[in-house]
Design a protein around this ligand. Structure first.
Ligand SMILES: [Zn+2]
Length: 493
């Protein structure tokens, strides 16, 4: 399908790189699900060795990629291949191996220390590691190069071409809109802030049956997909015919496991619906974290938390969880859509979730820009939580120490969660022009939604950059207006 021989050569050389990615995904999935604890050391060694082979294989593409770049009349597919490999080459050539090694070593140690610091609610344990990580990430930004703010170099690693200007442009109107919605929900009491079902225990076997029904409602293909249990739910795409998701069973408040399943199915469906002609190429997957998260958030919130989907779930819940008979369908809908300012990001509702991201974004920007010191972070965190969310943490464990990201060196990652929500709003708005989303869900067959996503977004893989894809398909780029409008229509009735 590719007319240029040099592109064919690149794709041929890419096959073993694809195979290494495939093995790496399987390693990670195994590590989080079934691997015995003592295997961690040998697995770490194997992963590091594979990463070195992979780096060398990518670097070997340098010459052909620069040849291919100079060709005239390249198709979008060909340009996509070159763009994706060039991003990797840029990282490998600009970041010296010593820095990669130091980052890996520091973050591996920091992850263990962070866990202990969180357990003891003691920031001083983690502080020297965070200082080191910030220093190394600033070094990384300097090596990569950037225009404007050094944080831009780090943002780009997770979301191609994203800048602080883009994020500021999203957050400013988003915060204003969300604050307005939140204060009206609180004053009108239209949606409750807590629910009895949050404390009701469930039988795990019964809940597994409910989740199987959820997979059936979403039409998940059982021959290319499986679901297991892990501490933190995640999706791992191995190939276009093999995607693994996980969930967890906390034993009470049954909505948590249901929504984690729907969320991960959104990621899985994306990975499965990429056009098969892109298999074994650098294009076989979504172009960024923000775009990927838009798919999981669309299914979780726009579909899963809708009144229509609640109606489909209600008889399934009543059949498998006897205590549900004591609650009306409307009760369950409210339980799925509680709104309350809270301290923990992962437990936050659709309305307040993005405030948690703003807090982390503002702090990361200050740290990387050298405007704040690590020692000032705990207090700044508490002040900003009070300013944006309206609640003040009483301990560091439920404040600055709650997230794993910084200990893993993932600075610049958080904004992609909110961009995912924002893009999900844009997707819903655009899809609505072609089909009535609520009617489709109410009929109990979400296939038209899956097909729409496949035809408009999934099948393209990462041919286009996140900004190009949004412009082409959604006619707009990171515009928070649609998310705010959707939340207004849902919560201010
Ligand atoms: Zn996700």
């Amino acid at each position: 399908m590719f007319k240029n021989p040099v592109i064919d050569q690149i794709l041929d050389s890419y096959k073993p790189i694809w195979a290494l990615n495939h093995a790496g995904s399987l390693f990670e999935w195994d590590l989080e699900t079934y691997m015995p604890v003592d295997a961690a050391k040998s697995r770490g060694f194997a992963q590091a060795q594979l990463a070195l082979i992979r780096q060398q294989k990518v670097l070997n593409l340098t010459e052909n990629v620069s040849k291919a770049e100079k060709l005239d009349g390249l198709s979008d597919y060909e340009k996509g291949i070159i763009r994706n490999i060039k991003r990797e080459l840029r990282y490998y050539t600009k970041i010296p191996p010593e820095l990669v090694e130091e980052l890996t070593r520091t973050t591996t140690e920091a992850s263990v220390v962070w866990r202990e610091a969180r357990k003891r609610s003691d920031f001083s344990l983690f502080e020297p590691y965070l200082e080191k990580i910030v220093q190394l990430k600033r070094k990384e930004a300097d090596k990569l190069g950037y225009e404007g703010h050094p944080y831009n170099a780090l943002l780009d690693l997770f979301e191609e071409d994203l800048t602080t200007r883009d994020v500021d442009r999203v957050f400013s109107p988003l915060v204003t809109g969300l604050k307005r919605i939140l204060s009206r929900i609180i004053s009108s009491k239209s949606f409750p802030s807590n629910h009895k079902l949050e404390d009701v225990a469930y039988d795990e076997e019964a809940m597994r049956r409910v989740n199987q029904e959820v997979l059936r409602l979403l039409g998940m293909p059982d021959k290319t997909f499986r679901m297991d249990v892990s501490t933190h739910p995640f999706t791992s795409g191995m190939s276009l015919d093999d995607v693994r998701i996980t969930t967890r069973y906390e034993g009470k408040s049954f909505r948590e496991t249901i929504f984690s399943v729907i969320h991960e199915c959104g990621h899985a469906l994306y990975d499965l619906q990429v056009d098969h002609s892109l298999e074994y190429t650098p294009l076989a997957g979504g172009p960024s974290l923000g775009i990927h998260e838009s798919q999981s958030r669309f299914w979780e919130n726009f579909v899963g938390r809708s009144r229509e989907f609640t109606s489909l779930l209600y008889p399934i819940l009543k059949k498998n969880l006897t205590f549900v008979s004591g609650y009306s369908e409307d009760d369950i809908y409210k339980y799925f859509n509680l709104v309350r300012p809270s301290l923990i990001r992962v437990a936050a509702d659709e309305v307040t979730y993005n405030f948690h991201i703003v807090v982390r974004y503002e702090m990361e920007k200050k740290l990387v820009g050298g405007e704040a010191r690590v020692s000032e972070i705990p207090e700044m965190w508490d002040d900003m939580m009070e300013k944006y969310v309206g609640v003040r943490p009483q301990s560091l464990a439920e404040g600055v120490l709650q997230d794993v990201h910084w200990s893993g060196g993932m600075i610049g990652y958080f904004p992609t969660y909110s961009l995912g929500n924002v893009i999900a709003g844009m997707v819903s708005n655009r899809m609505q022009r072609d089909l009535n989303i609520k009617d489709v869900i109410a009929r109990g067959d979400v296939n038209p939604i899956r097909i729409w996503l496949k035809e408009n977004i999934h099948k393209l893989g990462s041919i286009y950059s996140p900004k190009e894809l949004q412009t082409k398909v959604l006619g707009d780029v990171y515009n928070p207006e649609y998310l705010v409008k959707y939340l207004e229509e849902k919560y201010l009735v």
